[in-house]
Design a protein around this ligand. Structure first.
Ligand SMILES: [Zn+2]
Length: 174
């Protein structure tokens, strides 16, 4: 996307209680707007929550950065309880090309179909794509706890540790 994404009025409201209102919102928008179709636009400046999603604050309410971008790029969801689904499975990605609205059951059946719901898998290796491996290592270097990385990527803490140290995915260069 080369042109800036306009922000729909429905996503804007009163000033947020953030110390620097709208700062991370603007960074998320700028990141989304500079997206290229084939590459994930990873929000690496907001610490992900336990589920692995980055959140921004709009009008005093916490909203997933991916949901925010999905609404900006594709309009508000047509139905309540609609997920902003990632085609790339990268929860901190805000590339509008990788986001679409999907019902909760569509989103969950997608995950099962392509094996990305990898919690509890016995084969933690070969579960992350190279971009995710690099992202995990970057986050680890910036101080994110192994247990949070494990939650974000749906892998065991010991696996996250080995990936961060380079014992797993040693072929993936940073
Ligand atoms: Zn992506």
């Amino acid at each position: 996307m080369s042109t800036p994404i306009p922000i729909p009025d429905s996503m804007l409201g009163k000033p947020t209680p953030e110390r620097r209102p709208g700062d991370s919102l603007q960074r998320v928008l700028a990141l989304a707007a500079s997206s290229k179709p084939g590459e994930c636009s990873v929000v690496d400046f907001i610490r992900p929550n336990n589920s692995g999603y980055a959140y921004v604050t709009i009008d005093g309410r916490r909203v997933g950065a991916h949901r925010f971008v999905c609404a900006v790029a594709h309009g508000d969801p047509v139905a309540p309880r609609t997920d902003a689904a990632h085609s790339c499975r990268n929860r901190t990605c805000v590339n509008p090309h990788h986001l679409r609205w999907a019902t909760r059951s569509e989103n969950l059946s997608d995950r099962t179909a392509d094996g990305t719901d990898h919690r509890g898998s016995r084969n933690p290796q070969a579960k992350l794509c190279n971009d995710e491996v690099r992202q995990l290592r970057r986050l680890r270097t910036s101080g994110v706890l192994l247990k949070d990385l494990a939650g974000q990527f749906g892998i065991a803490e010991s696996t996250a540790c080995r990936i961060a140290q380079g014992a797993f995915y040693s072929d993936v260069a940073s």
